[in-house]
Design a protein around this ligand. Structure first.
Ligand SMILES: [Zn+2]
Length: 371
């Protein structure tokens, strides 16, 4: 009995060591390039050695499927990504394990392994079928971004022409089914109206897995102060995106041009031919461009979001391996300690920093999944 107080002291210490990034695109490299994440790589932004160095031991691996994968092709591509991740999990169980609950995240990270949380990036991946959504849940997927750059048949995207005035009735069913299953609704990429429709009906906290602040960098993918405030009231979390155009107003001008020039001419390919097109596109998109954004911009967005939503509602959603040109000082996920140090210098306490770098998103996972 004498040791009981000591045990109570130790448990919270373990809990504090969870480092979450709510959006990395590294699953693309695992599928397309057969990247071996156990080795430190000279390319890309994330691998297991760099996750460890960065103190990020529970990343959300986005299974992103480009919107030119239509219908059942999008489902096939999702399964290919899920299978590629399973290959990694099966080959290295001593280093990385699938996390299905918040308790799993705590147990896996406590054992010194990386806890992989799986997410889907684009509602088109369910092919308008709630049964597909439910099967994804059974495959261990615990979050879904409702749209990507294009509208789905049931939700408007922030980077497309409005077609549904937000969420359709089926879109509302999708949100309710995700609430019921225990899958996090991710409102990054959706239009402002879709966001407000989701927030009206969701019974659980939602996240913006990888968005930043529109008040600083005015792009439609970022959130207005009003949206950030409403997200905070919902109990949700905004994960700050490190993409240069998301962070820096000058880089944002280029991002806006890129968004406007996204081709509507989508390839009419299927199967391996479509996969080969996607591989070429992925390699082209990851060529670094000259940028202005620095780590200071990331600090400014975190600080702004904290002022609007409160310290319990801000996280990290770097978008590493999905952005071509990370800010100076945050070149890859191993540089995360520099961001912690910058926040410390700005006056953030260790407790605040732990919330931003994992605690807040872990709380949402627990509230949505229920364990
Ligand atoms: Zn995205």
């Amino acid at each position: 009995m004498r040791f009981a107080p000591l045990l109570f002291a130790i448990v919270p210490l373990y809990a504090q060591n969870v480092g979450i990034d709510s959006h990395i695109d590294t699953a693309q490299r695992v599928l397309i390039d057969r990247a071996d994440l156990t080795q430190r790589s000279a390319v890309g932004h994330v691998d297991i050695p760099r996750l460890r160095e960065g103190g990020v031991n529970a990343p959300f691996f986005a299974l992103w499927v480009p919107t030119y994968y239509k219908g059942s092709e999008a489902v096939r591509r999702t399964l290919d990504l899920r299978d590629a991740m399973q290959g990694l999990l099966d080959a290295h169980p001593e280093q990385i394990a699938l996390a299905l609950t918040a308790a799993d995240v705590e147990r896996i990270t406590r054992s010194g392994k990386i806890a992989a949380i799986l997410a889907i990036e684009g509602g088109h991946q369910i092919d308008d079928d709630l049964a597909v959504l439910r099967m994804y849940y059974r495959l261990g997927i615990r979050a879904m971004t409702l749209t990507h750059f294009r509208n789905t048949d049931w939700a408007d995207s922030s980077t497309d022409q409005p077609a549904h005035n937000g969420l359709t009735d089926f879109g509302k069913q999708v949100v309710r089914e995700m609430n019921r299953l225990g899958m996090i609704v991710d409102i990054s990429h959706v239009s402002d109206k879709t966001f407000s429709d989701v927030l009206e009906i969701t019974s659980k906290p939602v996240i913006a897995s990888h968005s930043s602040c529109r008040a600083i960098s005015d792009v439609p993918r970022n959130m207005t102060d009003d949206m950030i405030r409403v997200l905070g009231k919902n109990g949700g979390v905004i994960g700050i995106n490190f993409g240069e155009g998301f962070l820096n107003p000058q880089d944002a001008e280029l991002l806006k041009k890129a968004i406007n020039s996204i081709s509507y001419n989508e390839p009419s390919l299927t199967g391996k031919a479509l996969d080969s097109y996607a591989a070429d596109e992925a390699h082209r998109d990851m060529k670094p461009q000259p940028t202005i954004a620095t780590i200071d911009d990331a600090v400014a967005h975190i600080d702004h979001a904290v002022k609007i939503a409160g310290i319990d509602h801000v996280g990290i959603g770097s978008d590493f391996d999905g952005i071509s040109s990370p800010p100076k000082g945050l070149e890859d996920i191993s540089k995360m300690p520099a961001l912690r140090a910058a926040l410390r210098k700005k006056g953030y306490s260790e407790q605040d920093i732990r919330k931003i770098f994992g605690g807040n998103t872990l709380r949402v996972l627990r509230e949505v999944i229920g364990k």
